[in-house]
Each structure stands twice: as structure tokens, then as C-alpha cells.
Design a protein around this ligand. Structure first.
Ligand code: HEC
Length: 500
């Protein structure tokens, strides 16, 4: 079963391990004998496949030109932006793409200038408001830029009643770090991210909008309960400070939490939980370095400044971000999916409350810069690649008549090999190795129930469920038994340990 599903979305089917060989060698002999890397070491990416059981990746569209953002209008339609200035409406059932008329002209001269994100008003069905961010140029010279946000009503595939809600002045020479991510929060408030516009120090200046998360009402006015209303030093529109180039914002209606993803300098992309009035530290605090290699700021911690939920080293250029809510991939419920530009994959972060338990890459087979991710109402995941494709990751409903029970034979040795061996064979994360008696005997001596509990709930650097979110408790107990050997009544001879 696991073999088949590993082949499902995987690049490594050719490197299947010789799991079926009755291997009498000890781990040490095997490693000594190896003259080249052993084909399969349970590396983390492979685990992703285990978590994508029965899933299928479907390409819905290709030929888009540098798409940037997307937003669902309803169950069947979504809007897609292209950086060059086109806004498109895509109908799923009809598989039809329609360009929207009367989109304002955007500057697309350089780098990241162009049409950026799009968001649909929560009350769209009755008011038809669509919000979009883009780069506007100084009308006089045309050579200085800023981030702007407009809204307009979508009527008969044209934008009408367009109005400017935000002009993140001043104009600047920098053709990058615009931010521009949009996300609706409670009470129809709109969160907007503004990048530091390549001037890191602006991010700590409360009088400026660069390097901030803003919060506006849906008509562009300032909500009275914004955290800095009444503070003369800080712009009323600011919700949080000290961010670098955030291209991902997501408000999770279930928990009421706002998440942000930002590009770090060299290293140090961050996932942040954004709270009102907080300072996220850029450029005082960062886990990254300047592209020239020199240090930035003053380390990684300071009182009064927030720590990221997660940071990436090396940098993957993390851009879009969503919290998964849906029925199709229940094992991801409440987890974060972030898109990597440079890393060319979807990063899955197992979020447990406000703690990231594990991170691993998914969907490398897309092999594109991931520009946006959205979850459809049926729980399928839509993924937009900068090279012009729109994908949907889905899991087909069980065919009628299928029993839907557990796979007939559960093979603990395979689960061990695919999921647990990555740490427990190699000792990664200081995982105790069953092949090393000194490390393993103390665990064999523990009460089995305690060990089961530690495996299921996680302990120390051991992630909960050993990273296997789709594994049942019973499967985890069987795999633990496989690792520990059958329960002995006394502490006579230590049990044989798994061979691979
Ligand atoms: C990301 C690395 C990693 C993965 C994957 C992983 N483990 Fe662990 N595991 C650890 C570490 C680290 C420890 C030691 C934790 C400690 O005691 O601090 C550990 C400890 C354990 C223990 C001993 C627990 C105890 O009570 O002392 C068992 C049993 C175990 N893991 C089983 C599993 C199983 C089963 C899987 C696969 C389903 C798995 N692990 C996957 C890292 C991992």
C-alpha cells in the first residue's frame, strides 16, 4: 500500500529501497559496505508522499503569463492576476478563461512592478467588490513607484466604480519589495502588506508605511480600533511593524489568527503570526544575512520584538501562505501551506496551536515558482505557478461500493522505513537508533504505554505521530512494536531491533 502511494506523487519511485530483501547485515556493516549513498534514507520530502495518499495533481491551465495572485469568487469561479496587468476570470466547470475589462494600467517596467494580488469582498455576492494591489508610478517622471490598492465592482466582466483605497506614499526608486498581499479579516476589514521598498530602516519607522502590515475598512478608511489610533508617532493605518517583504497574508476565520509570510534577505524567510500593535523586528532582528554576506541588525532576539513562528534557512523565497481548512485533506486541517519561489515547492507546516511541529516540502513535481495557493470550498488545493500553470491537488471521493476500510495488510516495517527511518536510522535530530543498543535499550526498558504515548503526542525533538499525520494510533503502536520488538514479560534479553 505504502509503496503504491509513494509512487503516486513522487520523483523517487526509481530509487525504491530493497526493503523486501531479507537483510541479515547489521546497520553498521551495511553502512561500512556502502561505497555510495544508500538509495533510500527516508528523507523528509518522501514523507510528503505518505501524506498525499490517494491524491492527484491536475493541471487546469497553462499558458498564463507570469501569474501573481488569485482569489475565489464562489465555488466555481476564481480571479487570477498576471503581473503584466491582466485580470482573468476562470470558470472551473466550463474550464473557461475570460479577461476582465477596464483594469487600470499598471507599470510593468521593472522587476516586481505590475498587477499584484487580488481579493474578493466577503459580501461579493451582493456588492460585487473586488480588491487588487498593484504598482503605481509617479505620474510626473514615471520612474518612481509605490504600492497602491484599489477596489472596483465586477460587472459583466468589467471593473466599474473603481476607487483608490491606498496610495502607500512616498514614491521610491526601488522596483521591488512592494509586499501587496491582501486578506480580509473579521468585520470586512482588509489587511494589506507593504514591503520595506528596499530601505530596511523604514520598517521600524512608525511614521512610514513601508515594512508594515496595514488594516483598513473595506472602503479604505481607518478602523477606530486599529492599535495605533491616538498615537501621534505612528500612522493610524498600521497594524504591525517591522516586516521585510511580505507576499503572503492569510486570515484564518476559525482561529481568528492572521498569518504572514515574508521574504528574508539571504536566509531567514519568515512565517509570522501577526498580532495587533506588535513589532516583528526587521531589520533589527533577522535570521538572515545581507546578500553581500554581512550581518544585519542585532541578532535574532530582543524583548518587545516578536519571534517568527518559523524561519527558513537557507531561504526558499517563501511567498504565498494559507491555512488549510477543508474536508479533502483532513490530516492537514489547520496546517499552513506556503509556496516557495526559489524552492519551487509547497512547504507544509504542521501547525499545532501556535507551534510549528514539522516542515517539509510537497509537490516538487510542479517544479515552478509557487505564486499563490488557495483552498477551494471542496477542500482541493489550487496552486499557481509563475511559469503559467494553474494546478489543483485533489483526492477523489471513494468509489461507491468501496468499503473504505483500512488497507488489508498494514506493514509496520514499510511505515518505519518511509517515515521513521529518516531520523531513527541516521540519528538525525539525535533520534535514538534501534541499531545502537546503548541508545535503544533504555527505551525498551520503559513502559510500553508510555512509549506509545510519546510517539503519538511527540516528545523532545520527536514530532507528534513521528510526522505521519495520516497514521492511525494503532498503526503507530504497531510500528513502535516493530521498532522495540515484542513486549517481553521480563527484562531478559533485549529484543532484536529492526534491520533497516
Ligand atoms: C524528525 C525526526 C523523527 C521522526 C521522523 C521520527 N522520530 Fe521518533 N524520535 C525522534 C527523536 C529526536 C526522539 C527522541 C526524543 C526524546 O526523547 O527527546 C524520538 C523518539 C522515539 C521513540 C522513543 C520514545 C520514548 O518514549 O522515549 C520512539 C518509540 C519513536 N521515536 C518512534 C518513532 C516512530 C514510530 C516514528 C515514525 C512513525 C518516528 N519515531 C519518527 C525523532 C523522530
Amino acid at each position: 500500500m505504502l509503496l503504491r502511494l509513494t509512487c503516486l506523487l513522487l520523483w523517487s519511485c526509481l530509487a525504491m529501497p530493497g526493503h523486501a530483501q531479507a537483510n541479515e547485515q547489521t546497520e553498521r556493516e551495511r553502512l561500512n559496505a556502502a561505497v555510495q549513498p544508500i538509495p533510500y534514507q527516508g528523507e523528509l520530502p518522501t514523507m510528503a508522499a505518505v501524506n498525499l495518499r490517494d491524491a492527484r495533481l491536475e493541471r487546469l491551465l497553462d499558458g498564463l503569463t507570469y501569474p501573481w495572485g488569485m482569489a475565489f469568487i464562489d465555488d466555481d469561479q476564481l480571479l487570477i492576476t498576471e503581473i503584466g496587468g491582466r485580470l482573468l476570470r476562470y470558470e472551473l466547470a466550463a474550464r473557461k478563461l475570460t479577461p476582465i475589462g477596464k483594469v487600470p494600467e499598471v507599470v510593468t517596467a521593472h522587476d516586481q512592478t505590475g498587477l499584484l494580488d487580488v481579493a474578493v469582498h466577503p459580501g461579493f455576492a451582493s456588492n460585487r467588490w473586488v480588491y487588487f494591489s498593484y504598482v503605481a508610478a509617479d505620474p510626473e517622471s514615471g520612474r518612481y513607484y509605490l504600492t497602491a490598492v484599489d477596489r472596483a465592482r465586477l460587472v459583466d466582466d468589467e471593473l466599474v466604480d473603481r476607487e483608490r483605497l491606498l496610495t502607500a506614499e512616498p514614491y521610491s526608486w526601488s522596483p521591488s519589495n512592494f509586499g501587496g498581499a491582501l486578506a480580509f479579516g473579521p468585520d470586512n476589514t482588509l489587511f494589506i502588506s507593504i514591503g520595506d521598498r528596499s530601505e530596511a530602516d523604514f520598517a521600524q519607522d512608525g511614521g512610514r508605511l513601508e515594512g508594515k502590515i496595514l488594516r483598513l475598512k473595506d472602503d479604505g478608511s481607518v478602523p477606530e480600533d486599529n492599535p495605533f489610533v491616538g498615537d501621534d508617532e505612528i500612522d493610524d493605518r498600521i497594524y504591525a511593524l517591522g516586516v521585510r517583504n511580505p507576499q503572503g497574508l492569510f486570515h484564518d476565520a476559525v482561529t481568528g489568527r492572521l498569518f504572514e509570510a515574508e521574504h528574508g534577505p539571504m536566509g531567514g524567510d519568515e512565517i509570522n503570526l501577526i498580532r495587533a500593535g506588535r513589532n516583528y523586528g526587521w531589520p533589527e532582528l533577522t535570521y538572515g544575512l545581507n546578500y553581500t554576506g554581512e550581518k544585519i541588525g542585532h541578532g535574532t532576539h530582543r524583548t518587545g520584538m516578536e519571534q517568527p513562528l518559523f524561519y527558513y534557512l537557507p531561504s526558499e523565497a517563501i511567498s504565498p501562505l494559507v491555512v488549510y481548512r477543508g474536508s479533502m485533506f483532513p490530516e492537514w486541517e489547520g496546517d499552513l501551506l506556503a509556496g516557495a519561489l526559489k524552492g519551487r515547492h509547497v512547504s507544509h507546516l504542521d501547525l499545532d496551536g501556535t507551534v510549528v511541529r514539522s516542515e517539509y516540502p510537497l509537490l516538487r513535481e510542479i517544479d515552478g515558482r509557487i505564486r499563490d495557493i488557495q483552498v477551494a470550498s471542496d477542500g482541493s488545493v489550487f496552486i499557481l505557478s509563475q511559469s503559467g500553470e494553474l494546478y489543483r491537488l485533489l483526492r477523489e471521493a471513494k468509489t461507491p461500493g468501496a468499503t473504505g476500510t483500512e488497507p488489508a495488510a498494514f506493514d509496520a516495517s514499510l511505515l518505519y522505513q518511509f517515515v521513521c527511518a529518516g531520523c531513527h536510522d541516521s540519528g538525525a535530530y539525535r533520534a535514538p537508533r534501534p541499531s545502537v543498543p546503548a541508545e535503544w535499550a533504555p527505551i525498551q526498558a520503559k513502559s510500553r504505554d508510555l512509549v506509545y504515548r510519546q510517539v503519538i503526542e511527540g516528545v523532545g525533538a520527536m514530532p507528534k505521530r513521528g510526522l505521519c499525520n495520516i497514521c492511525s494510533d494503532e498503526q503507530l503502536r504497531l510500528t513502535t512494536d516493530f521498532m522495540l520488538g515484542p513486549q517481553s514479560k521480563s527484562e531478559e534479553t533485549p529484543q532484536e531491533t529492526p534491520q533497516q
